[in-house]
Design a binder for this molecule. Structure first.
Ligand SMILES: [Fe+2]
Ligand SMILES: [Fe+2]
Length: 166
């Protein structure tokens, strides 16, 4: 199963990410995708003209939400990994930290109204989320097996096992 979003009139197929095996983190990822889609849709207007002041303000607003939610999500992933003694947590944490730093740099570019940077900002947002989720987050799935099965409905074999044990 892949996580993606539908966007009317926009091809968002490059914003499809893998299922990481943990329901609550899949939901977080989808929410991050929504913010990035919002930025992508807005930035499409600026191929031929510079943004109006209120459009710059809208971009600032997207960044505030994106950065805030990214920090919350990263922290929750790291806490959950720490609880389970996830072996590559230090590397994962370092990637998160790097992404947070780049996001902060991009926010400043938008705040400085750097029109030339908008395309690069959009590309970075689209690439970092898909790369990080597809290549790094997908590795923690097996460590969250108990949590995953608690959230999923019981499968047919589990039901059969239960009825046998009654
Ligand atoms: Fe994640
Ligand atoms: Fe992560």
């Amino acid at each position: 199963m892949a996580i993606s979003i539908q966007s009317k009139g926009f091809d968002m197929s490059n914003l499809t990410v893998s299922d990481v095996g943990v329901e609550r983190f899949n939901k977080d990822h989808q929410r991050l995708l929504f913010y990035i889609e919002e930025f992508t849709r807005l930035s499409a207007r600026f191929r031929l003209r510079t943004p109006f002041p209120d459009e710059w303000d809208q971009m600032d607003g997207i960044f505030v939400r994106l950065e805030k939610y990214t920090r919350v999500h990263f922290k929750e992933e790291e806490q959950a990994m720490a609880k389970r003694g996830y072996p590559t947590l230090p590397d994962h944490h370092a990637q998160h930290q790097q992404l947070i730093n780049v996001l902060a740099d991009l926010r400043i570019k938008v705040k400085r109204r750097e029109f030339q940077a908008i395309g690069a900002v959009k590309l970075f947002l689209q690439e970092w989320i898909t790369n990080h989720i597809n290549h790094t987050d997908t590795q923690y799935g097996p460590y969250f097996k108990t949590e995953t099965s608690r959230l999923s409905p019981p499968g047919p074999s589990e039901l059969l096992h239960r009825s046998n044990s009654i």
